[in-house]
Write a protein that binds this ligand. Structure first.
Ligand SMILES: Cc1ncc(COP(=O)(O)O)c(C=O)c1O
Length: 360
């Protein structure tokens, strides 16, 4: 068996070094005499793992001490409810930039608890760009300002973040956390489901400014209250222990590679290979406006469904898998998260060139 290049949007490829390290300690972790999966979440051995995960994440993202780092469950989708339940404290109003399928879900959840003020949207062009924002349209009394920093399905990303003044900026960073440097202090809350750049599905990382914790709505279920998870150091109940352990290995892997800055450089090289070819190709077209192109998710089409299908099938036959695009965009999507080696992108581009020559 040989490993394929997996271009899935998530769950997605993990670094091979991490998988091998985990395999090596699967049955017995350190001197514990047991697998991480068998450990009590209250044991000293596990304490070292969860504290280690937090401390390496703090280091590689340069997270200030004024922020809590939480490992919770429920996926990024639970954050669509947790954010409003915990942050609707005064006006019960949020400003939101609508950029695709994942902000749509965030809107419908937040609406259950307060007012969602959509200040800009790119729906008019099937979300293929990030709208320009006019500061004058921002609500001074909003409890928070919500964005999705990278739109996994549509393939767009913010290259600069809105200046929201004293209104806390909340970002769903599920599909681009740790892919490029961000100044955490610009945000009130950053959250991310693990299954793209962090580890296996089941863990959600929440980075939250401490002063935003402790004011949850009365109706907030205990498990949805950030304060519970912050006070209990993410050990209020049994956390996704193995997922957090893999996340720790991934954070250590990033650190060994030279940190987020080095990963960002590589991600830009990888994305450029693909976009440069898309720009010169007569067969394939990128679907996103150039300035807002994601470094992580690259959708492209031929405009001919039969040809798209043929491409996906032939790519799979040579070990380039999960290239089918999301149904809302069609065509293909190559997700090239941190763990995708540059060799995988080169092999994809070479195959696209060959396919183009053969299908003129
Ligand atoms: C940007 C973004 N937000 C939220 C989600 C939902 O995540 P989950 O499936 O962990 O609830 C996804 C899933 O792919 C995503 O890409």
């Amino acid at each position: 068996m040989s490993r394929v290049y997996n271009f899935a949007a998530g769950p997605a490829a993990l670094p091979e070094e991490v998988l091998k390290k985990a395999a090596g300690e699967l049955v017995e972790h350190g001197s514990s005499g047991m697998s991480v999966m068998e450990m009590s979440h209250r044991s000293a051995d596990y304490d070292a793992i969860i504290k280690g995960a937090e401390s390496v994440l703090r280091e590689i993202m340069n997270i200030p001490d004024t922020y809590e780092v939480l490992f919770v469950q429920g996926g990024a989708s639970s954050q669509f409810a947790m954010v409003p339940m915990n942050l609707f404290t005064k006006s019960k109003k949020t400003d939101l930039v609508h950029t695709g399928a994942w902000t749509k879900r965030a809107i419908s959840e937040a609406k259950k608890y307060g007012t969602v003020n959509i200040i800009a949207s790119s729906e008019d062009k099937n979300f293929n760009y990030i709208p320009e924002l006019d500061k004058k349209s921002f609500s001074a009394d909003a409890d928070y300002f919500y964005i999705c920093s990278n739109n996994t399905i549509e393939g767009t990303r913010y290259t600069t973040f809105p200046d929201t003044g004293s209104v806390p900026l909340v970002a769903d960073m599920s599909s681009n956390i740790l892919s490029e440097k961000v100044d955490v202090s610009r945000f009130g809350v950053i959250f991310a489901g693990a299954q793209k750049n962090i580890g296996p599905a089941g863990v959600t990382v929440v980075i939250i400014r401490k002063d935003l914790i402790g004011k949850a709505m009365e109706i907030t279920p205990t498990m949805f209250n950030y304060k519970i998870h912050a006070d209990e150091k993410s050990l209020y109940n049994t956390p996704p222990t193995y997922g957090i352990y893999i996340a720790k290995l991934v954070f250590e892997w990033i650190k060994e590679k030279g940190g987020v800055q080095a990963i960002e450089k590589l991600n830009k090289e990888k994305a450029a290979l693909l976009y440069e070819y898309l720009d010169e190709s007569k067969l394939f077209n990128g679907t996103v406006v150039k300035k807002d192109r994601s470094l992580m998710n690259v959708p492209f089409v031929t405009g001919n469904e039969e040809l798209d299908k043929k491409f996906i099938k032939e790519a799979k036959a040579i070990g380039l898998v999960e290239l089918k695009g999301h149904r809302s965009v069609g065509g293909m999507r190559a997700s090239i998260y941190n763990a995708m080696p540059i060799e995988g992108v080169k092999k994809l581009v070479d195959f696209m060139k060959k396919f183009e020559t053969e299908n003129k």
